[in-house]
Design a protein around this ligand. Sequence first.
Ligand SMILES: NC(=O)c1ccc[n+]([C@@H]2O[C@H](COP(=O)([O-])OP(=O)(O)OC[C@H]3O[C@@H](n4cnc5c(N)ncnc54)[C@H](O)[C@@H]3O)[C@@H](O)[C@H]2O)c1
Length: 259
Amino acid sequence: MGCMDGKTGLVVGIANDRSYAWFIAESIIREGGTCLFTHLPGDKMERRARKAIESLGVEDPWLAPMDASTDESLDEAFAAIAQKTDTLDFLVHSIAFADKDWLKEGKFTATPREVFTQAMDISAWTYMAMANRALPMMSDGGSMLAMSYYGAEKAVPGYNVMGVAKAALEATTRYLAMELGQKNIRVNTISGGPLRTMSSMAVGGFSSILDWVEQKAPLKRNVTGNDVGDSAVWLLSGMSSGVTGQTIYVDCGYSAMGL
Ligand SMILES: NC(=O)c1ccc[n+]([C@@H]2O[C@H](COP(=O)([O-])OP(=O)(O)OC[C@H]3O[C@@H](n4cnc5c(N)ncnc54)[C@H](O)[C@@H]3O)[C@@H](O)[C@H]2O)c1
């Protein structure tokens, strides 16, 4: 008997078995939930995502291509999801993108317009775009979740334009919660601590962030993917039924420190 028994939802953002989305799916499945997945278009991307998902013990996973940067691809993916299921109980948005040339210390001020708008588009706007497309299928009591980082709130060297996009993602969470609460759908975001993944390695000086957090966080360690996966399940299940519009820190307490 798990807290996700009988629940079906969509998990977006598994690139490999180090992705935050992979750990979230692992916890959902362990608690009895069923996940549908998407991958970036292309055979190589599909193979890589499929291999990671199969390593979770999911035989013959349901996967659809989706490039969240185009409306056509979003529409096609959600049309395919609607063919597969009438109901979604949860939605996990665990994607972000910014040109890594601009994720270096000292590069924020000169960020070009197209780099800024692309980061905002893929990392923040798509939460709204997916929520809107998922809405007709979302069950009463459904729950949505995205992934943010402390660089939304405080300036973190090298995080740059991604920090601005994460601030927009957190604000998007609150506005989605306001509108979807009327349908008894909850919308939250986890602000996760730094974890070595394909995306995080694009952030300049990422290894020194890990070292710093380990020294300064109250728990004297960095988060694991499982720390975030298990908190995600709490937010996606009925266990958090009164929680919406929130950014929940899962960061070994780092954000609680002044110095
Ligand atoms: N790793 C960290 O330190 C950390 C910390 C806090 C928050 N996060 C956030 O967690 C989320 C997942 O990142 P991750 O660290 O697991 O890295 P990851 O590289 O494993 O996952 C990022 C995912 O974004 C997807 N993606 C990028 N552009 C896309 C597009 N146009 N359409 C569809 N998918 C697209 C990639 O395919 C990939 O699956 C991101 O929102 C990230 O900002 C990461």
